[in-house]
Design a protein around this ligand. Structure first.
Ligand SMILES: [Zn+2]
Length: 339
């Protein structure tokens, strides 16, 4: 084992045996925004051998204040976050195998994404995906580490199916859209990202090296501005919980799939193709060449239609910026991409 990990091996909680386990571990990071970028960086530096990073979005200048893996050129090139993360991790620790997936996590792919990993880290920014992740992880018996941060406060909980309460044991119903503050409405400062992600990654490392007795076993809440740190001891799983008690997976089994959804607080809507598809970006960019501000890279094509900015990914998804009206976004999608 190279000297890169010597300080971590000296740490008695990890040691040589723990390091071997990290090198052989597979972790999925869902969402590579502020939390996910931080998880990815810490895990790759720690030598977690295989990282799967899935994110649906591209890097913007407003991300750079807190999303540590990204740089100005990523934003100006509009690189997808998963790709930019993979490139940066290649410079940090080239031994880590990174699987970068530019996709929306939804019920059609979530089980496949988590099936072959040891652990799932929540780097998402919305409850829709978290409840779906909770269902899928309970169903497949995968441990996942919930984390959320906005403004100066944040929260985290480690969810081990059958052993600890799950997300639905604690919050049975998903908060209504628009009812909670988001980073785009309330802002966010980087120290809370660093705090929440540090606790999440500490838990991940404990789990991967087998130090289960050291897990915090609680719902942790922090406010780095108001100086309030709480640790609410987790009880046992609720036998009446729809997900982990009764094994009814409401979010995974939902009849309808949302094909268009407003991205909370972002003044943007994501539109997905109705069937799985792949777009030839080169010929697509030629089709829209007459529009303004057309920019293409290997992963996406971006252009403007009036005040709206439309970014089309290879998997047929589009993010329409400048509106939170799903109908407006869908009609622009139909006009330029197809139905
Ligand atoms: Zn539960």
């Amino acid at each position: 084992m190279n000297e890169r990990y010597s300080r971590q091996i000296l740490f008695p909680g990890i040691g040589k045996g723990g390091q071997e386990k990290l090198l052989n571990s597979r972790v999925l990071v869902v969402g590579c925004g502020a939390l996910g970028a931080s998880h990815s960086e810490m895990l790759s530096r720690a030598g977690v051998g295989h990282l799967k990073i899935v994110d649906r979005d591209f890097v913007e200048y407003t991300n750079l204040q807190r999303q540590t893996l990204f740089k100005e050129s990523d934003a100006s090139e509009r690189l997808p976050k998963a790709i930019a993360a993979k490139m940066r991790i290649g410079e940090i620790n080239s031994d880590v195998e990174v699987d970068a997936i530019v996709a929306d996590v939804n019920r059609s792919n979530v089980e496949q994404l988590i099936a072959d990993v040891d652990l799932v880290l929540d780097g998402t920014d919305n409850f829709q995906i978290r409840y779906l992740l909770n269902d899928a992880c309970i169903k497949l018996g995968k441990t996942w580490i919930y984390g959320a941060a906005v403004s100066s406060y944040g929260t985290t909980m480690t969810i081990i199916p059958g052993e600890t309460p799950c997300l639905r044991c604690i919050f049975e119903d998903m908060p209504d859209a628009g009812s909670s503050p988001t980073c785009d409405t309330a802002g966010v400062i980087m120290p809370i990202i660093a705090t929440v992600s540090a606790v999440q990654v500490s838990e991940a490392i404990k789990l991967l090296v087998g130090a289960r007795d050291e897990l915090h076993g609680s719902l942790m809440q922090f406010d780095v501005w108001a100086n309030d740190w709480r640790k609410i001891k987790a009880s046992n799983p609720n036998p009446e919980c729809p997900a982990c008690g009764r094994h009814v997976y409401d979010f995974l089994d939902a009849e309808t799939q949302e094909f268009a959804a407003a991205l909370c607080g972002r003044d943007a809507v994501q539109v997905s193709p109705s069937t799985s598809t792949s777009i030839d970006l080169k010929s697509f960019s030629e089709r829209v060449a007459h529009l303004s501000d057309v920019k293409q890279n290997e992963y996406l094509v971006r252009f403007k239609s009036g005040e709206k900015e439309i970014t089309v990914f290879r998997d047929g998804r589009a993010i329409v910026k400048g509106t939170d009206d799903v109908a407006v976004a869908r009609s622009l999608y139909a006009r330029y991409v197809g139905s």
